[in-house]
Design a binder for this molecule. Structure first.
Ligand code: ZN
Length: 358
């Protein structure tokens, strides 16, 4: 077992020095190297993000080099596992055939007491897609451990709605033809048998009817939403195509980028997604609407109302007049297989909704 690099007991350099050495040997964007030097404790997370970014722009070889460095040297077991699971995407041929290396990695991850809960969720989704349902179920069971440890009736609906790993478990159990257990039944009850097959929480196109909250307290100093059961909230974001312009003109001020790094649109949208998930955890009753603006629209509105186009309150005010069925608005989170809300043209589950975005 000691040879299993994914084991929590695998000896790794906890200072991260070995990983930093490996990173320095890789040719990488100066902004990433600077970010790593500035926040050495977050080196694993920074490099996982960078690998995902490289992959999304077609630099798959470079992505694999970063992932290999993580697999062998990341101090945190979760990061080693996340990296290996991200790499699985590269180990699949055009025909979807799973390579021998991928099989070996999955077998190592699936050894008893190896897989951590977060990576288990991600691996479950990957294996479900490969069609390896039995192994996917093993993963979802690990990922859902915190829910499965008590009786199903103790789980509140609001928590069930956000238990995406538990929904994955139910989905796979159904595909395997298992009779519904208490957890499957509880999930089906809150969302209907079809809904549980997708993601949990879903607004069904209710109108905003004026009861909109803005996101001025978005940074979580204080939960801004106090309307359990009927809450609707609004998050105004920039259109992807205009992110650079919006940042340059100060229309988007909080890009989620670490100081000194050159965060682009992907980093911004992943940051928005993480904020929404955090808000959804704090206030699970609230249905979130995303409204996307163009720089021109916001600047026009600011001009008319005499405010600052970069002001959060002004943007929220603008968003409130956008009808929920407008093409600029959508309910968050989208369905797993729907296009991502960020406009990347990738599936939500492969983009901002990926379990790797945490
Ligand atoms: Zn996205």
């Amino acid at each position: 077992m000691s040879t299993n690099v994914f084991s929590p007991k695998h000896p790794s350099d906890p200072s991260g020095a070995a990983l930093l050495r490996a990173v320095r040997a890789i040719e990488m964007d100066a902004s990433v190297t600077e970010e790593v030097e500035a926040c050495p404790d977050a080196v694993g997370e920074i490099l996982l993000d960078e690998a995902a970014r490289l992959n999304s722009i077609g630099k798959t070889q470079e992505a694999v080099v970063v992932l290999d460095a993580l697999i062998h040297h990341a101090p945190l077991v979760d990061d080693r596992q996340y990296a290996a699971i991200q790499k699985l995407d590269h180990l699949r041929g055009e025909d979807g055939q799973v390579s021998a290396e991928a099989e070996r990695v999955v077998a190592q991850l699936l050894q008893p007491s190896i897989l951590q809960e977060g990576p288990a969720h991600l691996l479950g989704e990957a294996l479900e897609e490969f069609g390896d349902l039995e192994s996917a179920l093993t993963c979802f069971n690990v990922a859902s451990r915190k829910y499965l440890s008590g009786p199903a009736e103790d789980l509140e609906d609001a928590h069930l709605m956000l238990a995406f790993e538990l929904a994955g478990r139910t989905r796979v159990r159904k595909q395997l033809g298992y009779a519904p257990d208490d957890f499957d039944i509880a999930l089906n009850e809150i969302s209907g048998p079809d809904r549980s097959l997708t993601r949990g929480m879903r607004g069904s196109g209710e109108g905003l009817d004026g009861s909109v909250f803005d996101d001025r307290d978005f940074d979580g100093v204080e939960p801004p939403l106090h309307n359990p059961g009927t809450g609707k909230a609004l998050r105004v974001v920039c259109r992807r195509e205009e992110f650079e312009t919006a940042r340059e003109q100060g229309v988007v001020k909080d890009t989620g980028a670490d100081p000194g790094s050159d965060g682009g649109a992907d980093a911004y949208f992943r940051y928005v997604e993480r904020g929404l998930r955090e808000q959804a955890r704090l206030n699970p009753e609230v249905v979130w609407y995303l409204v996307r603006f163009s720089v021109e629209e916001i600047e026009d509105y600011a001009h008319r109302s005499g405010g600052d186009p970069g002001d959060d309150e002004l943007q929220a005010e603008w968003g409130e007049v956008v009808p929920p069925d407008d093409h600029r608005a959508s309910v968050w989170p989208p369905e797993r297989n729907d296009p991502c809300w960020c406009g990347s043209k990738r599936k939500y589950k492969k983009c901002c909704g990926s379990a790797a975005n945490r």
